[in-house]
Design a protein around this ligand. Structure first.
Ligand code: FAD
Length: 220
């Protein structure tokens, strides 16, 4: 989709320094959880653009992205100040590390990677599949949605910033199938900034998984 003026429906706090931006999906817009969009906003006379990953389970009726706000960031703090009815410019969707109807998803998320994690996990359960999340963050966001996922049967592990990743990744990869089958049809997803991706791929290898089969999106 070419860059399109897109209204903001709501800006919600979803955790420490973290907001969810609800956007009005433009006519004909289609995207899958895990894909990302480019959001642009005029700040004074300067146009500032950053990429944000879908955190809603689909984008047909409601399109949500989750933004971790650094108070010194060039764009994040301005997104947090937007009010319902404001507009920004959206282009996309982009990316090739997204949910493609896999029946069993395992998502490793660092920091703002929690956005695609909850979106993919919700969509997997909606589609009748099984899902697991390992989320590393010193100040976790989206607690309500993570709790709701847990109640629906998802395996959810929240790991502190300094905690070892390998044990929870091993447990997420080892979870038994609901039907008791041995089939290994798990699709692994990894979302976050580069330092988390390094730690997560090391943990997958140490846990006996194959990081090369993972769908990975690097936030920078
Ligand atoms: C494909 C893609 C998808 C992305 N999806 C999301 C998303 O869903 N949610 C989200 O919050 N962000 C996402 N990002 C990151 C986002 O685009 C911005 O880089 C981020 O929000 C910072 O923008 P800013 O202008 O507020 O801050 P900037 O002025 O650009 O940077 C300030 C701060 O941003 C953070 N930051 C920037 N780079 C890094 C890094 N390498 N490691 C750790 N922290 C860093 C730090 O806190 C840094 O101090 C994505 C990036 C890419 C490339």
């Amino acid at each position: 989709m070419d860059p399109t003026e897109t209204p903001v429906r709501a800006v919600r706090d979803v955790g420490p320094s973290t907001i969810a931006l609800d956007l009005e999906p433009p006519a004909g817009f289609a995207a899958r959880p895990g894909q990302f969009v480019k959001l642009s906003l005029d700040v004074g006379s300067e146009r500032r653009s950053r990429f944000y990953t879908l955190s809603s389970p689909d984008a047909a009726d409601a399109l949500e992205v989750t933004v971790e706000i650094n108070p010194d960031g060039d764009l994040g703090p301005h997104l947090a100040e937007l009010e319902s009815g404001a507009t920004l410019t959206m282009a996309g969707p982009f990316g090739n590390a997204y949910y493609e109807d896999e029946p069993h998803t395992v998502i490793l998320a660092g920091g703002p990677g929690v956005g695609p994690a909850v979106g993919i996990a919700e969509r997997t359960l909606d589609d009748g599949g099984e899902t697991a999340i390992v989320y590393r963050d010193g100040e976790p966001a989206h607690r309500e949605r993570l709790d709701a996922l847990s109640e629906r049967g998802a395996h959810v592990a929240i790991v502190g910033a300094d905690e070892e990743l390998t044990p929870p990744v091993e447990r997420a990869l080892a979870g038994e199938r609901r039907d008791g089958s041995e089939a290994d049809d798990r699709q692994l997803f990894v979302y976050g900034f580069a330092d988390f991706l390094d730690a997560a791929t090391d943990a997958v290898a140490a846990a006996g998984g194959d990081p090369d089969r993972a769908k990975v999106e690097n936030f920078g």
